[in-house]
Design a protein around this ligand. Structure first.
Ligand code: MN3
Length: 247
């Protein structure tokens, strides 16, 4: 990358420094801070961090309502029922996923659906800021440019066959990687080919976009970049670097 140009951009305030709560985008950000599921001692169904119509025109209100209140809530309810009275009730999601092969498909599918959607909602916002300086420099190091990262991530999401998710993750050796997972699987699960801490995700199940886009998954994915909540991606990135965000 062009280091001199990058530093001068930071100096001009075009790129925010990676200090949570102090960046320009953080100050005007009204969305609540994301909470690492690691810190949740009880599995709760989280509030949607914005109004149903907040993502218009890119994702319509009816889709958000059904997706959150029916699909996500359904995953949560079935996961809760499956773990009721077991040790998993008080186990953080990343620990459950780290040993997921030991549990039933019900725990895997509904636990994955519960967790994946929490991240999905938190990484959407009508006013989500920009990648902060350290995240941006890591994206440039791993993908050459932010634009190229978006192209690669979009391609992974567009070409994933059937239902699933595309992810930006940080691997154990601090590399950023783009991966996909089928169904409600995720990169924290013990059988994932490439494991890592999720930083950004997109749901490409048809229920995420079909009401508005029908079969045009590519349009939904292209529009996704208008509503990415980079503030939460920045937070997850900094947490994953420090080791405080495990999943
Ligand atoms: Mn979904």
């Amino acid at each position: 990358m062009h280091r001199r140009g990058f530093i001068s951009l930071v100096g001009l305030g075009v790129v925010s420094a990676c200090v949570p709560g102090t960046s320009k985008s953080d100050k005007k950000n009204t969305v609540k801070k994301s909470v690492s599921p690691e810190t949740i001692s009880r599995h709760i169904f989280p509030a949607l961090p914005f109004a149903y119509n907040a993502l218009e025109p890119y994702i319509d209100a009816r889709t958000v309502e059904i997706h959150y209140d029916k699909h996500h809530r359904g995953y949560y309810n079935k996961f809760s029922a499956a773990i009721k009275g077991t040790a998993l009730e008080k186990m953080p999601m990343y620990k459950i996923f780290a040993n997921i092969s030991a549990y039933s498909d019900t725990v895997k599918n509904y636990g994955g659906g519960y967790y994946n959607h929490m991240l999905y909602w938190e990484n959407l916002s009508p006013d989500g800021g920009e990648p902060c300086a350290r995240l941006l420099s890591n994206i440039v190091k791993n993908f050459n440019s932010l634009d190229n990262f978006k192209v690669e991530f979009s391609k992974a999401a567009k070409t994933l066959f059937g239902s699933g998710w595309a992810w930006l993750i940080m691997t154990g050796n601090n590399e950023l990687k783009i991966v996909t997972s089928p169904n409600q699987d995720n990169p924290l699960m013990d059988f994932a080919e490439v494991k890592g801490v999720p930083l950004l995700t997109i749901d490409v199940w048809e229920h995420s976009y079909y009401l508005k886009y029908q079969n045009r998954r590519a349009d939904y994915i292209n529009n996704f970049w208008n509503i990415v909540n980079w503030n939460t991606v920045n937070e997850r990135f900094l947490g994953a670097k420090k080791g405080t965000w495990k999943g």
